[in-house]
Design a protein around this ligand. Structure first.
Ligand code: HEC
Ligand SMILES: [Cu+2]
Length: 384
């Protein structure tokens, strides 16, 4: 081969190999910088689409910059190049309009197919309502029969880890007390909404990232093909603890799911029973501490000092030390227009009675009165 031909064939083969090199490099770095392939058909299609478009864009880049650099070198002034001085070339204008249009249309065809699939939430075998709260997720299984299963999923990472006093765990800020549990190989439809501000429910391995908007219901769906634990986050800036409301989904075999679901139904029935149990001040305060740490501490702080002026102190506050009716009212109905949410719909009667009794008899307060779960139940059913 002539030296010139040799160089030419080397360049040509490098160009042809380029997409493969890019793809295999992407494979290597997938865990690190690329998006995950995931565990659903949609996530795989999304990944393939992403790779295809990236490669097309990279090739366009190579061609455009190739021509540009080649022209700069070949027609440089020191070589005595003279600029052409023609005006308007209809042919060139048509060519450089048509080629991008054709490329865009070629890219739109596979994308439209995947988008149509993503939006087809029909014929689901199970429906789950996901509600975003500042700053936790609520999962409600929409079941026509039997005891309703609904619970909150809270961050499980300890404060000491967050404050750097303890070593950070493997799933730091990506762990919750109660994960969402769904069966494998089942079409699960998610209905997403929010109770306060806009949140967004995101699990990269499912290729699901959907806004949860107050007053709207958005839809999404999955058929997860592999059992396992999948993690994600709220991906809409939603306030102070936006980075502290992770998503954890446990995908299990159908029998395991049925067992878990039956247990949750029994628990719901047990709570109904707990409401009518005899409660003492001590047992309520003990229970209330856990509730307070999970639901109230973010704003009112561990010791009840709050963060004035935004978040009032509960220690020594006229409200927590005044008539208990007013205290109950704030906790059940919130303070409209402030960050103080209505906890009446978020906590069960036992937890509500416990946290109110706790606030009156701990955190430096010692009012000495209490409210029972049955009384809370009474108040809530009267206001309905
Ligand atoms: C997102 C932040 C936030 C969280 C979480 C929160 N609160 Fe509040 N809370 C507030 C704010 C803000 C106010 C002040 C409302 C106002 O201006 O009337 C408030 C006021 C109160 C008051 C009245 C205090 C007073 O002296 O006026 C009580 C009682 C109270 N909260 C109890 C609770 C309980 C119980 C929980 C947990 C179940 C809780 N709060 C969780 C933000 C929060
Ligand atoms: Cu959020």
């Amino acid at each position: 081969m002539q030296p010139k031909t040799k160089i030419f064939s080397a360049v040509l083969s490098a160009c042809c190999l380029f997409p493969y090199q890019l793809a295999s490099a992407a494979e290597d770095y997938r865990e690190g910088i690329n998006m995950p392939v995931g565990v659903t058909e949609i996530s795989r299609s999304t990944y393939d689409l992403h790779m295809l478009i990236t490669i097309i864009c990279a090739l366009i880049g190579v061609v455009v910059y190739g021509v540009l650099i080649w022209s700069l070198v070949k027609y440089r002034k020191s070589k005595g190049a003279k600029a052409a001085d023609f005006h308007e070339s209809t042919t060139i204008e048509i060519v450089w309009t048509l080629i991008p249009i054709l490329i865009l249309v070629a890219m739109a065809i596979p994308s439209t197919g995947v988008l149509r699939q993503i939006y087809d939430a029909s014929e689901s075998e199970m429906d789950i309502l996901i509600t975003g709260y500042q700053w936790r997720w609520q999962y409600s299984y929409l079941d026509d029969e039997g005891e309703e299963v609904s619970f909150f999923s809270n961050l499980a990472t300890t404060d000491d880890q967050i404050n750097g006093l303890d070593e950070k765990s493997e799933n730091y800020l990506l762990e919750v007390d109660q994960p969402l549990v769904i069966p494998v190989d089942t079409k699960v439809r998610f209905l997403l909404t929010a109770a306060d501000v806009i949140h967004s429910w995101w699990v990269p391995d499912f290729a699901v990232k959907k806004d949860a908007i107050p007053g709207f219901i958005n839809e999404s769906w999955v058929i997860v093909e592999e059992t396992g634990t999948y993690r994600g986050q709220c991906t809409e800036l939603c306030g102070q603890d936006h980075g502290f409301m992770p998503v954890v989904v446990e995908v299990v075999e159908q029998e395991e799911f049925d067992r878990w679901y039956a247990e949750r139904q029994e628990e719901a029935a047990a709570i109904a029973e707990l409401v009518n149990q005899e409660w003492t001040m001590e047992s309520l305060v003990a229970q209330g501490e856990t509730v307070y740490r999970t639901f109230c501490m973010a704003c009112h702080q561990q010791n009840g000092q709050g963060l004035p002026p935004a978040f009032p102190a509960l220690t020594g506050s006229p409200l927590t030390n005044g008539p208990i009716e007013d205290h109950i009212d704030v906790v059940l109905n919130g303070a409209p227009g402030t960050a103080m949410a209505a906890f009446g719909g978020q906590l069960n009667e036992v937890d509500l009675a416990a946290v109110i009794t706790y606030e009156r008899n701990a955190l430096g307060n010692s009012v000495g009165d209490m409210v029972t779960p049955a009384e809370i139940f009474q108040i809530q059913s009267e206001s309905e």
